[in-house]
Ligand binder design. Structure first.
Ligand code: ZN
Length: 233
């Protein structure tokens, strides 16, 4: 379908936007597509290689890399890719998460909302900026709250599609917390939609992943009430 140019930030239009995104945002599967030999090169070797390639991209665009302002850009970009914005591609960077016994016998829902999320669209390599909201119901174990942020960050620091990012975070939380009762909602802006293509500056994309008890309407409603969001996603 041809993207509608007057989408607004409403739930209905979010759905329309998701449809529009399908136009060029096909994805399938939960795992990030990786090559068999993805981890053959060291981080330093990857940086060296990307530096050379990026220099070539800039030169092909016609830029003069002898200019003082540009000469270090390929190295800077390569380091940023490997060590920062795509560090979640390296399993060694997965945060270690210790479980604690839930001494308070807290059996209610725990919600951590407004977790800052910076990711990259894997189709255009431009940022996805948003918030993740995460909830779980303890199965006798708890984790430090900052660990939830770290887990979100780990999966966000990859070239991503929002749907997969959402599912990867939910799956990791289920594994770590040893419970199915997990919910993850992501509300994010895609710069590939805002700054290029249909240039829709008002829209955001909402995805949600509900598991276990969060499939029940009442539980889900409680979660969404904590988020102070409307129950339509
Ligand atoms: Zn994109």
């Amino acid at each position: 379908m041809k993207p509608n140019e007057t989408l607004l930030n409403t739930a209905e239009n979010n759905r329309a936007l998701l449809e529009a995104l399908d136009y060029e945002h096909n994805w399938n599967g939960l795992s990030t597509p990786m090559r068999q030999n993805a981890h053959e090169l060291s981080a330093t070797e990857k940086i060296e290689k990307i530096k050379g390639h990026f220099k070539e991209i800039m030169e092909t665009l016609g830029m003069d890399l002898t200019d003082e302002s540009l000469q270090d850009t390929p190295k800077r970009v390569a380091k940023m890719f490997v060590n920062e914005v795509f560090k979640g591609l390296n399993p060694d960077n997965k945060p270690e998460i210790k479980l604690f016994e839930n001494k308070f016998k807290y059996k209610e829902m725990l919600v951590e909302r407004d977790i800052t999320l910076y990711s990259y669209c894997e189709h255009h390599f431009v940022p996805i900026i948003g918030k993740a909201h995460v909830a779980y119901i303890s199965n006798g174990h708890v984790i430090g709250l900052s660990k939830i942020n770290r887990l979100v960050e780990f999966y966000a620091k990859r070239p991503q599609v929002q749907e997969r990012l959402n599912e990867q975070i939910a799956k990791a939380l289920k594994e770590v917390l040893k419970t199915d009762d997990v919910a993850v909602v992501i509300d994010a802006e895609h710069l590939c939609v805002k700054s290029r293509g249909i240039q829709d500056t008002a829209s955001s994309t909402v995805t949600a992943s509900y598991h276990g008890k969060f499939k029940e309407t009442e539980v889900r409603k409680e979660f969404l009430t904590y988020l102070n969001l409307k129950a339509n996603y």
